[in-house]
Ligand binder design. Structure first.
Ligand code: PMP
Length: 394
């Protein structure tokens, strides 16, 4: 059996349409197959490789940490410099009130932690979330997801959760004194890149303040430079009470975090109730990789280059079959007539060396979320392949 057959036989399949491309090596924006194939990774492994694959500084940080130690102890007991330096570096990217970082392994876990923290701190039980939100696949994070089709088979899920439309001010009245928290993506990703007005976020912030409700922003997809600022919320002029992140955070290694102020986070350690425990959260190798990733984003000015690169994509990707281009920085969605139109375009683009896909809750739109390190020449190269695919398959 070849590797592809083994993959289909023995690895649990999660979709009817796995890309099922065999990759042997990755470097920068490129993935390489076993027979000399080269692909542009135009989706960054779904928003992960913001600094490109195997960035030399990330690799060096991982190698240096391998020489020191791997796992030593469950999270939060020993003083381990990769974790402490990472927490400091993250806090330096944030407004001063967000000064406490809880490191976990993934996005879903960060969301779990944030929900538990909000309940614990507020002593309230109701959580609001948004229609078409995606926050993860564990039971808690799925419970705050906004797509009924994904949730139906797993009910009963967490009680006390209600969803409201994203970006529509009149529904903010649903936030009351009984609401522990409202969780939302600053920019909705799997809904197909949907964004709201700064005025909406201002109204959201003041409604949360009025009712004593915690605002949880999920920047798992929009963080780490993706939208043109280090965090997407920076351009909306508000500050969340709890921030969750993962994906691009680790430069390719698994890590996530939920972040709050000391007062809120402090409620986790009140005895005798157990707070939140993780064995591998903030793994030293991942933490070292993450610290290097932040340094790369900052020192290479990657976020500052996002607007220009996004504008170039928009300028080049003009075709009568593209109905619209929704984007915040390099979080982009190209809208087509339907999935039936889009799928053969994607297949052809992949066969010509550019990997792209669609969104979980929006299958008429093509995902474009390249490594932020992509050059102008590489953008032109990728856009040519996409235009050819659209022309021949659309
Ligand atoms: N929140 C958002 C906005 C996401 O995009 C994702 C992953 N697609 C998650 C949460 C869940 O992250 P993970 O897959 O690491 O659990």
């Amino acid at each position: 059996m070849n590797n592809r057959q083994l993959f289909l036989n023995h690895l649990a399949q999660t979709t009817d349409f796995p890309l099922a491309i065999e990759i042997e090596r990755a470097e920068g924006i490129y993935l390489y197959g076993p027979n000399g194939e080269r692909y542009v990774d135009l989706i960054s492994g779904i928003g992960v490789s913001n600094v490109g694959h195997r960035h030399p500084r990330v690799i060096a940080a991982i190698q240096a940490q391998l020489e020191k130690y791997l796992h030593l102890m469950v999270y939060g007991e020993y003083v381990q410099s990769p974790q402490t330096l990472l927490a400091q570096a993250i806090c330096q990217t944030l407004p001063s009130q967000l000064d406490n970082v809880y490191l976990v392994n993934s996005g879903s876990e960060a969301v779990e932690g944030a929900i538990k923290l909000a309940k614990r701190y507020s002593n309230r039980r109701e959580i609001l979330s948004c229609v078409n939100a995606y926050h993860g696949s564990s039971h808690g994070s799925l419970s705050v997801g906004g797509n009924e089709m994904f949730k139906r088979a797993y009910r009963p899920l967490l009680p006390g959760i209600r969803t409201i439309p994203f970006g529509e001010e009149e529904y903010l009245a649903h936030i009351t004194e009984h609401t522990a928290a409202i969780i939302m993506e600053t920019v909705q990703g799997e809904a197909g890149v949907r964004f709201a007005d700064p005025a909406y976020f201002a109204a959201l912030r003041s409604r949360c303040d009025e009712t004593g409700t915690l605002l949880i922003l999920d920047e798992i997809q929009s963080g780490f430079g993706r939208t043109g600022t280090f965090w997407a919320f920076e351009s909306y002029g508000i500050v969340p009470d709890i921030l969750v992140c993962a994906k691009g955070m680790g430069g390719g290694m698994p890590i996530g975090a939920f972040i709050a102020g000391k007062e809120v986070m402090g409620s986790l350690k009140t005895n005798p109730l157990l707070g939140h425990i993780t064995t591998f959260g903030g793994h030293p190798v991942s933490a070292a990789a993450s610290l290097a990733t932040i340094q790369v984003i900052q020192e290479e000015n990657l976020a500052q280059q996002v607007a220009g690169k996004a504008a170039l994509f928009k300028k080049l990707l003009v075709h009568p079959r593209i109905k619209s281009c929704r984007h915040v920085g390099l979080m982009m969605a190209l809208e087509f007539e339907s999935f039936e139109v889009l799928k053969p375009i994607i297949d052809r683009a992949i066969s010509k060396g550019v990997i792209t896909d669609w969104f979980l809750f929006c299958d008429d739109s093509m995902r474009i979320a390249p490594p932020l390190t992509i050059s102008e020449e590489q953008i032109a190269e990728a856009c040519n392949v996409l235009l050819d695919a659209i022309e021949h398959q659309g």
